[in-house]
Design a protein around this ligand. Sequence first.
Ligand code: NAD
Length: 356
Amino acid sequence: MNSISTKNSVIYFNSEVYSEVNNYIKTKNPSKIFILVDTNTHDDCLPHFLAHLESGDIVVEVMEMPNGEDHKTIDICSGVWEALSEYNADRKSLLINVGGGVVTDLGGFVASTYMRGISYINIPTTLLAMVDASVGGKTGVDLGALKNQVGIINEGEMVGVDTSFLSTLPQNEMVSGFAEMLKHGLVYDKTYWNTLTHLENLDISDLDGLIYDSVVIKNKVVSEDPKEQGLRKILNFGHTIGHAIESYFLAHADKTPLLHGEAIAIGMLLEAYLSTKTCGLSTSDFENITEGILKTFSKVPITIEDQKIIINLLKHDKKNSHGVVKFVLLEAIGTPKINCVVSNELILEAFKHYSA
Ligand code: NAD
């Protein structure tokens, strides 16, 4: 698989990943190498990564954080900043993030801010991080229940996508990552959407090429608009309502937290409904979207009370301006429209349709 050049870095795949990481280390000669993992990637991914890493005389330190979205916090960042400081990390140190989107988002943020910025590399180990989180330079953490409220856009030195890491990934996490691949089809490429929705199951060997295609789509969008002034907003399809649902389920002890992709799948169904009412999305496209998403994602019960609180959370969405909630909707599959405004009544109607 050919590497993909981004604005400031390169994404390598499978066999090329380790030779390029090792080459980078040889050329840049960092003062120390730090590897950030979480509890699971420490056990499932780190041994494989270390077996391929050639660090020569450079000291390598491993830092482990607890796994899961509820640890994507500024408190964990503080712990990592302190560990870097205790291990005498300096401006020439390199941080390598080996993990899912939580590790790459948080590690990227820590690297972007420690001593006003050190170099970092992302080695994504979940499907979601491979096709989405590790690419494009968005880094950050949650603020309480509010998703990604604090962060910075800053691309790392390189991304290394080794799909063999997926062999230990639980099936529900595979499904979660698949949501972002579906989104790439919906906002950019109908043919890609059709291919994904005709897959029989999420088999790693079938997914390999499709992961590559997803990264190509994400990179094309991000390269044209790295700071999310316009086009990049299309990647937020499903995320305006999806993030609010994710935050709500994360913050309420009586709810089982949803995985990121599970919340985004609901967000895409609701926002597709809004698209039919305000952007001319055809009934056949809407049915195609509904069928394609529900083939992989089951419906989740959301009460009227839940819906009202979720709608209230929309005011924290980062695309909002002057207090107005801005949605990305679809005119057709593959044709998104940014900066759409819809009424709360219509959002409630979309929930009602979803729950029916
Ligand atoms: P995650 O990082 O929490 O990983 C999911 C789970 O899988 C974790 O328990 C992790 O320990 C485990 N895991 C990771 N790799 C494994 C492997 N190979 N084998 C076994 N277990 C493994 O979640 P995620 O779904 O990867 O990422 C979600 C996060 O990504 C969210 O915080 C979301 O906001 C963020 N995100 C960021 C961007 C971006 O552009 N920066 C885009 C999309 C999503």
